[in-house]
Design a protein around this ligand. Structure first.
Ligand code: ARG
Length: 521
């Protein structure tokens, strides 16, 4: 079985292997590098999913010193070990943040005298060129580099020579990767928050149009009491606002600068961590070098916020699915968001919403996977931590389109306000009648029982509350007067529910205005 490593969308470039170091289990377009490793290069045949598995490559006994770290080894790694251990196929996504961090590090090294300013300038220019090479697809990725950090450093040394070999002074990949991931996540959480805000605005626009649109609120998925579509939308907005707060908290936890922790015990060299933090816009530096390289709580915070958010999106998706069934008939999906059936010509299916509903499981799975990676992990850097990135990337790739699609969908849904209003009448007004009696001095339990009896009798007769007469009401309680019958419309019920937090149009309008003032909208 060959595995496709490249399932995540990468921006540019292709991954190379060395001749004679064929990578097993990797189905990729492989090109021989033009600039590295001694010896003759042959282009390995292109592979497709249909070609038979490659025979095991003969392992070259003698080390080819192509990886920056292999000074202490006599033998090269088995190609299969190399392929299994490499994070380059996925962590190349961090290249911009890796380069950003390295530039800040180099500037600091120059400031404290560990580099000349000439060297620092050469490093900075070289790194910027590498960024352009990656962006334009010219960069030759090579699995032997293990990860994006070594790939960039190797290329820098190729480009600028000796100065490049000084970049990693007072730094380890352990603090480097922690920095890169924090920088990356800081940007990405920022864009998730923007997408969340756009979704909130799209819900608020629907709410503003439907302050008076009555619909039944449900408990146990049984019609309960009248609310408005706007009030229901604002329930989702409140949920999304809590999600935004969770992402803001995750962002704050991400904003701690780990560089300078080195492998785990900092360094004997006189570096200036605060200068690096300032340069990169961090307010804080990690206070403990061991924690700095061991900590992935910020990843957990992000994944937790994402998991809760996608669970909320699944609830939202499920409601639209229900509302668009013939049984509910409250809403219709726009064609652009619907799917047909391969067999049944009449079908208009909500596949998109079903996928949004189910992908919440995948995001929750990413959280559980990360919790499991960290469980019982001793402090200090462990390679287990390399597994954090795919959980983060997959979560982002799943979550961002979910948010964007939901924001685009809501304003295009057509609501059948007549069907919603009709479903909000009848027995959904029973509590209103009981509360009428309470206002006239009847204890609530007595009122509840009286109206319960009325509901039983009317249902047995195939009638509903809207058909009840004053005479019938009076047999239940002498407290009933003619005005009781006026209660029996969902519109009246809605207007009467003016308690703070309730669904009355005035209350909801005030809440919308308040959200606008708080700049939520
Ligand atoms: N590729 C590694 C990761 O993603 C970078 C840090 C590697 N450090 C090490 N000592 N192996 O976590």
């Amino acid at each position: 079985m060959r595995r496709a490593w490249m399932s995540v969308p990468y921006r540019a470039g292709s991954l190379n292997t060395k001749p004679g170091r064929k990578v097993l289990y990797v189905s990729l377009r492989m090109k021989a590098s033009s600039t590295r490793a001694p010896g003759k290069r042959t282009k390995p045949p292109e592979k497709s999913l249909l070609s038979p598995p490659a025979p095991p490559a003969r392992h070259q006994g003698e080390e080819q010193k192509t990886n920056l770290l292999r000074g202490r080894f006599k033998l090269a790694r088995l190609p299969e070990v190399e392929a299994f251990s490499a994070s380059l196929p996925f962590d190349r996504r961090l290249y911009r943040h890796d380069i950003l961090g390295s530039i800040a590090h180099a500037r600091m090294l120059a400031r404290v005298g560990l580099l000349t300013s000439r060297e620092a300038n050469a490093i900075e220019a070289g790194l910027k060129e590498i960024e352009r090479e990656i962006e334009s697809g010219r960069f030759q990725f090579d699995l032997a580099d293990e990860d994006i950090h070594l790939a960039v450093e190797r290329r820098l040394t190729e480009k600028i020579g000796a100065a490049g070999r000084k970049l990693h002074t007072a730094r380890s990949r352990n603090d480097q990767v922690a920095l890169d991931l924090r920088l990356y996540l800081r940007d990405e959480i920022g864009s998730v928050i923007q997408l969340l805000r756009a979704l909130v605005r799209s819900l608020a626009a629907v709410a503003a149009r439907h302050l008076e649109t009555v619909m039944p609120g449900y408990t146990h998925l049984q019609r309960a009491q009248p609310i408005s579509l706007a009030h229901h939308m604002l329930a989702h907005i409140d949920m999304l606002e809590r999600n935004r707060e969770r992402f803001e908290q995750a962002l704050a936890r991400t904003g701690v600068m780990p560089l300078g922790a080195g492998a785990l015990a900092a360094t004997t060299l006189p570096i200036d961590r605060k200068a690096v933090a300032r340069e990169l816009g961090f307010k804080q530096i990690a206070a403990n070098s061991v924690d700095a390289v061991s900590d992935r709580d910020f990843v957990l915070d992000f994944l937790t916020a994402a998991a809760i958010l996608t669970i909320h999106l699944s609830r939202m998706a499920e409601e639209i699915i229900l509302w668009t069934t013939a049984e509910f008939g409250f809403a219709e999906l726009p064609d652009e968001f619907s799917t047909g059936s391969s067999m049944m010509p009449q079908k208009k299916n909500p596949d998109l919403l079903e996928l949004i509903r189910s992908k919440s499981g995948r995001v929750a799975g990413n959280l559980v996977a990360m919790l499991t990676v960290l469980k019982a992990l001793p402090l200090g850097y462990n390679s287990d931590l390399q597994e954090d990135k795919e959980r983060v990337f997959d979560t982002l790739d799943t979550l961002k389109p979910m948010l964007s699609l939901m924001a685009q969908l809501w304003p295009r849904i057509t609501f059948n306000t007549a069907a919603m209003g009709a479903a909000a009448g009848g027995f959904a007004l029973a509590t209103d009648l009981a509360e009428y009696l309470v206002q006239r001095g009847v204890p609530f339990r007595e009122a509840h029982e009286a109206i319960g009896t009325l509901v039983r009798e009317l249902s047995a007769a195939g009638r509903t509350l809207s058909a009840v007469t004053l005479a019938e009401l009076k047999t239940l309680s002498p407290a009933f007067q003619a005005d009781a019958l006026k209660l029996l419309t969902p519109e009246h019920s809605l207007r009467a529910r003016k308690v703070a937090g309730g669904p009355a149009p005035e209350t909801v309008r005030r809440r919308l205005a308040e959200l606008g003032r708080k700049r939520v909208l």
